[in-house]
Design a protein around this ligand. Structure first.
Ligand code: URA
Length: 277
């Protein structure tokens, strides 16, 4: 297969961004094409599930590999399996995230971690940022903290993990699992905003300080935010401790608090099925 040139790659990235705009994301600004380029440009397609082709993995482009641009999108494959209108709207967003270079984290990630689970879910769980396991696998909450989150969902809430939509405030792993920086959260913000807008969950469950402060627009510590009901653009918000914190502080007190928080989330979900039919 022919080696793509820089302008091939630039054109592909522009194509992803145009799809993203077509999907409704308003913060992406593309320069207008100059006269000749604009005349040559084909009309931008806006299919619900774009048949975007990743650059060939046979091409040696170490910088792109390091940024995860060459990694096939795990999220896109899963969205294709789910199908439906919300999956169709999420797909171009997942593709834009896959090639995102808005902040320094693109230089150290293996791949982006967009989100997983049913896009028609009425419950969305939001964590902080991918860790090493998530960076490796391209899915949120697959490490030790993820195993505990799965138990909380399945044993505590009596829901199936695949019926819940799970994602993070940041789509890329901060190196050495350090805390997200404010500018990284700000750059990633439009992606999560749009995910919430498309999925339109009834209840948002924030696990940990960063998603809790993001959703509640507050600087209060998680200990103050948990146990209460907040609102984000007309949707219920419940905050609880991060499963990694729970693993480090596995006491009766913290377990009781997390249990009370997830019961509040369930109560706010009400009696309708967690997945919209
Ligand atoms: N911690 C998070 O906040 N998110 C993940 O995806 C994994 C661990």
């Amino acid at each position: 297969m022919a080696r793509p040139t820089r302008s091939d790659l630039a054109r592909q990235i522009r194509g992803h961004l145009e799809l993203l705009q077509a999907g409704g994301l308003s913060h992406v600004r593309l320069k207008k094409k100059s006269g000749a380029a604009a005349r040559k440009a084909p009309a931008p397609p806006a299919p619900p599930l774009p048949a975007t082709k990743a650059p060939s993995p046979a091409v040696k482009a170490p910088a792109l590999v390091a940024r995860g641009v060459m990694a096939p999108s795990v999220a896109l494959e899963e969205l294709k399996r789910f199908g439906g209108e919300r999956a169709g709207l999420l797909a171009p967003l997942a593709e834009a995230v896959r090639v995102c270079e808005a902040c320094r984290l693109c230089a150290t990630r293996k791949q982006t971690v967009f989100g997983t689970g049913n896009p028609d879910s009425r419950l969305m769980i939001i964590g902080e940022a991918p860790g090493a396991d998530e960076d490796q696998q391209g899915r949120p909450f697959v490490g030790r903290a993820g195993a505990l989150l799965t138990d909380i969902i399945e044993k505590g809430m009596k829901l199936r993990r695949e019926d819940v939509y799970i994602c993070n405030v940041l789509k890329c792993r901060p190196p050495d699992n350090r805390n997200p920086e404010p500018d990284e959260i700000a750059q990633c913000r439009p992606y999560l905003e749009r995910q919430i807008e498309i999925i339109n969950p009834s209840v948002l469950l924030a696990v940990g300080r960063f998603p809790a402060q993001w959703l509640c627009n507050s600087q209060e510590p998680i200990g103050q935010l948990r146990g209460r009901r907040f609102e984000y653009k007309g949707r219920h918000v419940v905050c609880t401790y991060h499963p990694a914190y729970l693993l480090r502080n596995y006491t009766l007190d913290t377990r009781k608090k997390v249990h009370a928080d997830v019961m509040l989330a369930l109560e706010l979900l009400g009696s309708e099925p967690v997945v919209r039919r």
